[in-house]
Design a binder for this molecule. Structure first.
Ligand code: P6P
Length: 342
C-alpha cells in the first residue's frame, strides 16, 4: 500500500481505489458505497452550513421557527442518503434512525450484497447553537438468500461489519472511516468539493485526557457507575483526573476523544436502563472505528462488537475510547457484580 503523509494531496476516491487494490477479490461494490456516502456527506454539509440562514433565506417550503427547520434537516439528511444509495446496485437493504423499519431497495433497481445502517444527522438539535453534528454509518454483508435484505441481515453482531464511518459537520467537514485496514480521516475542501486525506492511520492514545459524560443523571446511576466516575475524576483509585469535555453531540465528543485520547460514557440509568444510544447505527460503527484505531468499546460488561442485536433500534449503554479507560469500566462493573453476586 502506498504510504501517504499528511502533505500528500490524496482524494478520498483515490485512497479508496488504492485500498481496494490491496484486495484482489474486491468487486468494487464496497468502494462504491463509500464514494456515495462521500457524495451524500457533501450534500448534507452544504445544507447544514446554511441552516442558520434558513430564517433569513427563507425555507424552501415555508418559513418556520428554527426548531422545525432542524427537524427538516434530519429528514433532508435521511432522504439524501437514501437517494444517493438506493440505485447503485450495491445494497440489498437499508435502515435509518429516522425510519421505523427496513428501507427496501425499490424493485426497479438492482440489488447488491451489502446492507447500510445509518443515523443521518445525530444531534441535530445542536445545529441552532452551532454545535457540530454528525452522520454515522455501518455496512454489513448480506447473509440471507434472495435479492432483498431481511431483518436477519441487519441484526448481526458488530464484529461482522465490513465498513463503518462518520461525518462530522464542524469547523470543517470531515469523513472518517474504516474497512478494517485502519482508520483514515478526510477533510472537505469546499473550494474544490473534494474530501482530501488529512488524517491517515488515526490512532487513539491508550490512556485518555478527556471524560465525556452527562453527570446530571448521577442521581439515577447505580453504585458501580458512580464509583467509576469517581475513578475517572481522580477522586478514587489513584488515577490522574480526566478533564471533562461534554458537547452533547455524540460524533463531536467521540471525534475529539479519538484524536486526543479519552472516554465517552453514556451509562444506563434508572430512567433509561438500556442507555440512550443506538446499537446498530451509533455504538457498532463507532466501536469498529475505535477498535481499529487501538481503542475499545463496551456496554459496561460486554464488548460492543460482540453484542447480538435483537431489534433494529435497540439501545445500549456505551463506554468507548482509550483502551485503558474502557478496561477500567469493565473492571469496576465486574467488581460490583461480584459484590452484588456475593
Ligand atoms: P443527553 C444527541 O441527542 C444524542 O443522541 C447524542 O448525539 C449525544 O451524545 C446524546 O444524545 C446526548 O444525550 O442525554 O446527554 O442530552
Amino acid at each position: 500500500m502506498v504510504q501517504h503523509t499528511a502533505t500528500s494531496v490524496v482524494t478520498i476516491e483515490r485512497f479508496i481505489i488504492e485500498q481496494e487494490r490491496l484486495h484482489p477479490e474486491a468487486t468494487g461494490e464496497l468502494s462504491g458505497i463509500l464514494y456515495d456516502m462521500g457524495l451524500a456527506a457533501k450534500m448534507i454539509a452544504n445544507k447544514v452550513r446554511r441552516a442558520g440562514l434558513a430564517d433569513i433565506l427563507g425555507a424552501t417550503e415555508h418559513s418556520n421557527v428554527q426548531g422545525e427547520i432542524q427537524q427538516k434537516l434530519d429528514i433532508f439528511a435521511n432522504d439524501t442518503i437514501v437517494k444517493a444509495m438506493d440505485h447503485g446496485g450495491r445494497l440489498c437493504a437499508m435502515a435509518s434512525e429516522e425510519e421505523p423499519g427496513i428501507i427496501p431497495i425499490p424493485d426497479n433497481f438492482r440489488t447488491g450484497k451489502y446492507c447500510l445502517m445509518f443515523d443521518p444527522l445525530d444531534g441535530s438539535s445542536n445545529i441552532d447553537v452551532n454545535v457540530p453534528v454528525g452522520t454515522i454509518f455501518s455496512v454489513m454483508q448480506k447473509i440471507t438468500r434472495g435479492r432483498h435484505g431481511e431483518l436477519e441481515d441487519l441484526l448481526q453482531p458488530g464484529r461482522r461489519q465490513v465498513a463503518a464511518g462518520y461525518v462530522i459537520y464542524g469547523s470543517s467537514t470531515m469523513l472518517v472511516y474504516t474497512t478494517g485496514q485502519g482508520v483514515h480521516g478526510f477533510t472537505l475542501d469546499p473550494s474544490i468539493g473534494e474530501f482530501l486525506l488529512s488524517h491517515p492511520n488515526i490512532r487513539i492514545p491508550d490512556e485518555g485526557r478527556y471524560l465525556s459524560v452527562n453527570d446530571s443523571y448521577e442521581g439515577l446511576w447505580d453504585e458501580g457507575t458512580k464509583q467509576l466516575m469517581r475513578k475517572y475524576r481522580g477522586l478514587e483509585g489513584g488515577r490522574r483526573p480526566l478533564s471533562v469535555r461534554y458537547v452533547g453531540s455524540l460524533v463531536a465528543d467521540f471525534h475529539r476523544n479519538l484524536l486526543g485520547g479519552g472516554i465517552f460514557c453514556y451509562p444506563a440509568n434508572r430512567k433509561a436502563p438500556g442507555g440512550k444510544l443506538r446499537l446498530l447505527y451509533e455504538a457498532n460503527p463507532l466501536a469498529f472505528i475505535c477498535e481499529q484505531a487501538g481503542g475499545a468499546a463496551c456496554d459496561g460488561v460486554t464488548r460492543v462488537l460482540d453484542i447480538q442485536p435483537t431489534e433494529l433500534h435497540q439501545r445500549v449503554p456505551l463506554y468507548i475510547g482509550s483502551r485503558r479507560d474502557v478496561d477500567l469500566a469493565t473492571q469496576t462493573f465486574q467488581h460490583h457484580s461480584e459484590l452484588v453476586g456475593a
